[in-house]
Design a protein. Structure first.
Length: 787
DNA sequence: ATAGGGTTAG
């Protein structure tokens, strides 16, 4: 509804320009002081557009009774400049223009309306406009063609872009830059480089300008092509590109140096820059975070704030928050949260997502959830961050709920979402869920992405299907170091040390360099297979042949290898000879082995060490208490548990679960909440009778509380893993393998009972505990009873 | 020109 002026005030619709003398009527109306003259309106329209006051411009436009092409163009142009938010208005106006048959679009209309399509990624409208331009004979116009190239590149229609480019009768640097920028957008380094070279061969007058370099530099950064980056730097100085576009070129250069890991050059470029803006500071801080120089990143962040709040941007805060997450510095993270709130940036999507992730990584999953619920706008990243937050905090089931919520809100999952979700299946050992995720990834066409395959390899391994892991590993288009490590680790938890070793040797044949994690996986694989000598060999080779200095994780693996293999004293001496000060986890590995090998004396000694270091986490309290219980020292065992409570460590109860027909059934020791509990307990009692006939005697040293012997037996009998297995026996047909997962280590008595169970119930049983897989069959376990 | 979520080891 546009307010129309009285018909008497209408002016003839000749297209006046600035240079034309005002029409005679101009004076008449101007004396009446009414801004209704078209020429005057046009000037005011231009003025509002120039000032960026688009609502006033629109208001004026609506006052023009018969707007000419210039008026349309001015407003379309203004709308198309303002990103996707206003681009839709530009398209609407263009459509109005087509309907208003009086005013055909001209060569100034097409580039701007195409720009709007590009901002909206609206390929359909773009192609329609392409054909309008062709009908008007304007599709090979320099500006129209360039706009078309930009559109097709952004919509990933690369051939169309090439066609347009090839049909151009003449090309300027902007056209070449559009091609180059398009390839840069898709990370196509070689194509972009080819156009850069062609551009210079083609016409010596065409020199790469600031825009060229600004497109090119991120590609060089991605390729870590430092030497080429340096030549670009030199060229930019020779071509004086720092004079006019210093901020753009400088920022792109310092970012390139940072991504190539050369912070020294980054800083030198930064210091040399005359003009800096928020993007420059963000790139600088982000560079330090990227190079793991968190403390300096914070220092720079503070320096930036000291320079003035105008430099503060969600991007720079995001980098600072990432530093907090990596350093697990919740204190600074909270300060940044306050800073965001104070500067009104807290509703920014990027900032919100960073905050959410930071809280999740710090273990404050409730804060993260609250933040998520408060976010007005959520995108795929927000959902993915929350999903991975839940998985990292051991709440895999919640992760699935978030995933479902995401689908209900029509937010499309992408590669990162699925890479966050698939580990939830791994944690739960939920093979059906895992297979569904696998199917979903195939449907979405992302199943051959390396990171997706890596997550799937891990999932299948942890769900007991190491065969499927290997299949994916063999079929995937490109393995990276994570793929190899995951596969080796997979063999490790299945006790397939020989296969792990074979894969490691294969890795060398394929010229893939092992890293520090590879050796952690390899040593742990040897440990789970009792390959003590071999494990020791790899450990030495790691340092001597590969020059990798052992980290705490390697020492933990070695102590585990030695102690689990029964060489408890050697393990103890190994700890004494470590160049690093052994932490709780190292002693914890030894303590665990003391329990398995029932070495109470050493166990108590180790327990004292752990107490001195302050038992971190719940695991060691439980082990400690177990050791004392095993020695019959129930007072001390009780003391440990009281201490645990005082320190605020929640007892994480032993929990086992089994997936049946795609749903999970979870059990806690002595738990009767499952609807089929009566049958389950009956079955266990009957199993006890049967296995006692075969000579089973309860090993009551695994009972924590001070109970009478008979009660102890019962306490053992209703351990969570036994409940889950009994439920499996009742539910699954005889030919099916029963696969149970436990969050803690499987208890020694259960280990014995399960072996008997395979005999008296003629079932194959697989138990995955916190450490590894146990394949029970015909009265034996694949781990050879050392685990 | 910068930036938010993701896979392996314990």
């Amino acid at each position: 509804m546009r307010p129309r002026l009285p018909a008497t005030k209408l002016k003839p619709a000749a297209a006046p320009t600035h240079r034309q003398p005002p029409p005679t009527t101009y004076r008449l109306l101007s004396t009446a002081a009414a801004p209704s003259d078209e020429c005057g309106l046009q000037q005011q329209l231009d003025a509002h557009v120039a000032r960026g006051n688009l609502s006033l411009a629109r208001h004026l436009f609506d006052q023009i009774p018969d707007p000419d092409v210039r008026a349309y163009n001015a407003l379309i142009r203004a709308y198309s400049w303002r990103g996707p938010g206003l681009a839709a208005y530009a398209l609407n106006l263009y459509r109005a223009m087509l309907q208003d048959r009086r005013v055909p679009p001209d060569k100034y209309t097409f580039p701007f309306v195409l720009k709007a399509c590009s901002a909206l990624l609206d390929l359909r409208s773009g192609r329609a406009i392409h054909s309008h331009a062709a009908r008007a004979g304007l599709h090979t116009d320099l500006f129209v063609s360039t706009a078309l190239i930009d559109l097709y590149m952004k919509c990933a229609f690369l051939c169309h872009a090439t066609n347009v480019f090839d049909q151009m009768p003449a090309r300027d640097a902007v056209a070449w830059n559009a091609m180059l920028a398009g390839y840069a957008l898709h990370g196509m380094y070689h194509h972009a480089l080819a156009y850069l070279l062609r551009m210079q061969d083609h016409d010596a007058r065409l020199r790469p300008n600031a825009s060229t370099l600004v497109s090119l530099l991120p590609l060089l950064a991605q390729q870590r092509a430092l030497s080429q980056g340096k030549s670009v730097h030199a060229y930019s100085v020779r071509a004086c590109l720092h004079d006019k576009d210093g901020v753009l070129v400088g920022t792109a250069l310092l970012d390139m140096y940072a991504k190539c890991g050369h912070l020294h050059y980054t800083c030198r470029v930064f210091e040399a820059m005359a003009d800096k803006n928020d993007v420059t500071w963000s790139a600088l801080i982000g560079g330090f975070v990227l190079c793991n120089r968190m403390v300096e990143a914070f220092r720079l962040f503070k320096e930036m704030l000291a320079q003035g709040l105008c430099f503060l941007s969600p991007t720079s805060v995001a980098s600072a928050l990432r530093a907090c997450a990596n350093l697990a510095d919740l204190h600074i993270g909270e300060q940044l949260h306050v800073l965001l709130a104070k500067s009104g940036l807290h509703s920014d999507l990027t900032a919100g997502n960073s905050l959410l992730s930071m809280y999740a990584k710090a273990g404050l999953i409730d804060e993260a959830t609250e933040l998520f619920d408060e976010m007005v706008v959520k995108d795929t990243v927000s959902y993915s961050a929350l999903i991975s937050g839940y998985v990292q905090n051991g709440m895999a089931d919640e992760a699935f709920l978030v995933f479902r919520k995401m689908q209900a809100h029509n937010v499309e999952p992408d590669v990162a979402t699925m890479v966050s979700l698939i580990p939830a299946c791994s944690h739960l050992a939920a093979l059906q869920h895992g297979k569904c995720s696998h199917a979903s990834v195939i449907v979405r066409g992302i199943a051959s992405e390396t990171s997706i395959c890596n997550a799937l390899i891990d999932m299948y391994a942890k769900c007991g299907r190491i065969d499927l892991s290997r299949q994916i590993f063999d079929v995937m288009p490109a393995q990276d170091i994570v793929s190899w490590n995951t596969m080796i680790a997979g063999y490790g938890i299945h006790g397939l040390g020989k296969e792990a070793t074979a894969l490691f040797l294969d890795m060398k044949n394929r010229a893939c360099e092992p890293d520090d994690v590879t050796f952690i996986c390899l040593i742990s694989a040897c440990s789970h297979s009792g390959l003590v000598t071999e494990g020791k060999r790899w450990f030495h080779m790691m340092e001597q042949r590969y020059g990798i200095t052992p980290r705490m994780e390697h020492y933990i693996g070695m102590v585990d290898l030695l102690a689990r293999g029964g060489f408890l004293d050697e393990a103890y001496q190994f700890i004494q000879s470590m160049p690093l000060k052994a932490d709780v986890r190292v002693w914890g590995a030894l303590l665990g082995a003391c329990r398995v090998h029932k070495n109470i004396d050493l166990g108590k000694q180790v327990a004292r060490m752990i107490q001195k270091l302050g038992a971190e986490g719940t695991g060691n309290f439980v082990l400690l208490s177990n050791i004392f219980s095993a020695a019959g020292r129930f007072d001390e065992a009780a003391e440990v548990r009281i201490l645990q409570k005082e320190k605020g460590f929640k007892k994480s109860p032993g929990c086992s679960w089994i997936e049946i027909n795609g749903s999970l059934h979870a059990f806690i020791g002595g738990d009767r909440s499952h609807p089929q509990s009566p049958q389950i307990y009956e079955e266990l009692d009957s199993i006890l009778v049967d296995i006692q006939k075969l000579g089973y005697q309860a090993d009551t040293s695994f009972v924590l509380q001070d109970l009478e012997d008979e009660e102890k037996e019962k306490a053992l009998l209703y351990h969570s893993e036994k409940l889950a297995i009994a439920f499996g026996i009742l539910t699954l047909s005889e030919d099916k393998t029963i696969f149970v997962t436990k969050n803690l280590r499987v208890c020694g008595d259960c280990h014995t009972v399960i072996k008997y169970m395979t005999l008296v119930r003629k079932r194959a049983i697989i138990v995955r505990d916190a450490n590894r897989f146990h394949h029970f069959k015909n009265g034996q376990c694949s781990c050879g009873d050392f685990w």
